[in-house]
Design a protein around this ligand. Sequence first.
Ligand code: GSH
Length: 208
Amino acid sequence: MADLEIIGVPFSNYVRSLRMLCEEKGVAYKLTPSRPHTPEVTAIHPAGQIPVMRHGDVALFETKAIASYIDKVFPGTKFIPEDAVGMAHVEQWVSYGNAKVDKWIMREFVVPQAFADKVKGPDMTKVNAAVPEIEKCCTVLDAAIAKTGHLAGKNLSFADMLVLPMIVTAQAFPLGKEIVPKHKALMAWAEKLTGRASWTKTAPPPRA
Ligand SMILES: N[C@@H](CCC(=O)N[C@@H](CS)C(=O)NCC(=O)O)C(=O)O
């Protein structure tokens, strides 16, 4: 079988989610650490976002589409179930992760702080406005996880792998460190999953 290539910088949460899936399935892959909007990325993603993927003649963009492809094409444990309900639950939590968790934690909270103007500092009006929304996300995730220990059904799925990096990243910032630990099931889930080899093996190198 052709080599699987995941294209995108290792500190992207979405890149990490796909790498976790490969590690969990035991799928060998090559990581090409390209930034968004570079030629090798725009050749595949019309909006220049990472991650993108190549596998033989197949080129794909959008994390969930890539994950579905990898999970179906390669042997090993399925992290997106094949039954209708199981599959829909994974889809549901991936959509929620993208629409709400990524929006409020990454776009409205982490990015304004991590990439703040060095002189002016972060736009704390924007950051503070995200706080109640992050609280809501954590409450929703906590309630779902409290039922089975995972987001979708009782087993580890790609939905867990998509959301985990976002929840961990939130805690790298003081307000996130206050909010997330108030949610006990969510914290226990994060602690358990960050102990897995799929997490430790996909740690990005320290930023230069
Ligand atoms: N919906 C996309 C989102 C991917 C995404 O937001 N990637 C970020 C890096 S983590 C990116 O490429 N940002 C640059 C941009 O949006 O222009 C997916 O699921 O793959």
